[in-house]
Design a protein around this ligand. Structure first.
Ligand code: NAD
Ligand code: UDP
Length: 312
């Protein structure tokens, strides 16, 4: 198949492109390089089945494809808050452009939605039928509400124009090729631990997250795209093993053998208190669940960051 991956030079997108290329497909990797990097896909550029397009999905584009994976959107709070208006445009205008393309060429389209659409959840763990608790006017809203509108657009194009859609709600994912400077907890703690610098835990570190390794996530995304039962989702994809951020900091110190000390910094506004996916729908409909355990995943990730620092 001819497959378009928007945001293909980013963390998740580059792993997805690699996997789809290995499966024998023709790949169009589209990216505006806001948070993505050529380094993430440099090893794919020699393939005759891989094409790189520098483009911003906020602008229309005409391409002929069979599948569209729409991953283009900055994902870390410091990146999506850098230009919040642009973040909303990417989720809304970008989504409309990609859905227009899907409608025109009758491609199947998958949207990378997020656990953030649940906001600071009052239901735990989060199931797909929970409508969420999102602040519409806070500093995370450009991302959370943008992604919520993107889901609405997907469903409306499906109902109104019969576009073949798939929605995945991705929970915190980690692994090699996370941007070093994106301020997310995994990259921050890894780099701090490897440099024996203080580990910055926000708040008291009692907030929880559930971390999924990137290869598991990519597997879930492809299974969702290729389910032929017409299951549109939304479906949660994530690893339900839940840790407090403080436990997580201690784990990373142990895995890296670091001498770092933990320090406490103010909790950012609207930081969700707890987050864990209920993945029974993914298990039932896709036969999917995460396989890589946190210790192994973190070891692989630590090796990657050590290499980035010129070690190992
Ligand atoms: P990332 O920042 O590494 O990748 C996003 C990519 O999109 C980058 O390559 C960036 O340059 C590109 N991009 C941004 N705006 C664009 C635009 N307007 N036009 C074209 N390209 C654009 O982030 P990621 O972690 O790989 O996330 C990929 C997708 O998955 C995002 O949509 C994100 O919201 C979603 N997601 C990720 C996670 C996670 O834990 N990593 C969790 C939930 C949802
Ligand atoms: N966090 C932290 N220290 C850091 C970076 C993040 O304690 O240096 C916390 C953050 O407050 C949040 C959790 O780790 O509670 C996950 O943050 P991240 O930005 O990775 O993802 P998100 O909040 O979007 O789930």
């Amino acid at each position: 198949m001819r497959i378009l991956v928007t945001g293909g030079a980013g963390f998740l997108g580059s792993h997805l492109c690699e996997r789809l290329l290995n499966e024998g497909h023709d790949l169009l990797c589209l990216d505006n390089f806001f948070t993505g990097s050529k380094n993430n896909i440099i090893h794919l550029l020699d393939s005759h089945h891989f094409e790189l397009i520098r483009h911003d999905i906020v602008e229309p584009i005409l391409l002929e494809v069979d599948r569209i994976y729409n991953l283009a959107c900055p994902a870390s709070p410091i990146h999506y808050q850098y230009n919040p208006v642009k973040t909303v445009k990417t989720s809304v205008m970008g989504m409309i452009n990609m859905l227009g393309m899907a409608k025109r060429v009758k491609a199947r389209i998958l949207q990378a939605s997020t656990s953030e659409i649940y906001g600071d959840p009052q239901m735990h763990p989060q199931r797909e039928d929970y409508w969420g608790n999102v602040n519409p006017i806070g500093i995370r809203s450009c991302y959370d509400e943008g992604k919520r509108v993107a889901e609405t657009l997907m469903m409306d194009y499906h109902r109104q124009n019969k576009v073949d859609i798939r929605i995945v709600r991705i929970f915190n994912t980690y692994g090699p090729r996370m941007a070093e400077n994106d301020g997310r907890v995994v990259s921050n703690f890894m780099l701090q631990a490897l440099k024996n610098e203080d580990i910055t835990v926000f708040g008291e570190g009692k907030q929880t997250r559930s971390f999924c390794y990137v290869s598991d996530l990519v597997d879930g995304i492809i299974r969702m795209m290729e389910n032929n039962q017409g299951f549109t989702g939304p479906v949660n994809l994530g690893n339900p093993v839940e840790n407090t951020i403080l436990e997580f900091a201690e784990k990373i110190i142990a895995i890296t053998g670091s001498k770092s000390k933990i320090v406490f910094k103010p909790l950012p506004q609207d930081d969700p208190k707890q987050r864990r996916p209920d993945i029974s729908v993914a298990q039932e409909k896709l036969g999917w669940q995460a396989k890589i355990d946190l210790n192994n995943g973190l070891k692989n990730t630590a090796e990657y960051f050590a290499k980035q620092l010129g070690r190992g």
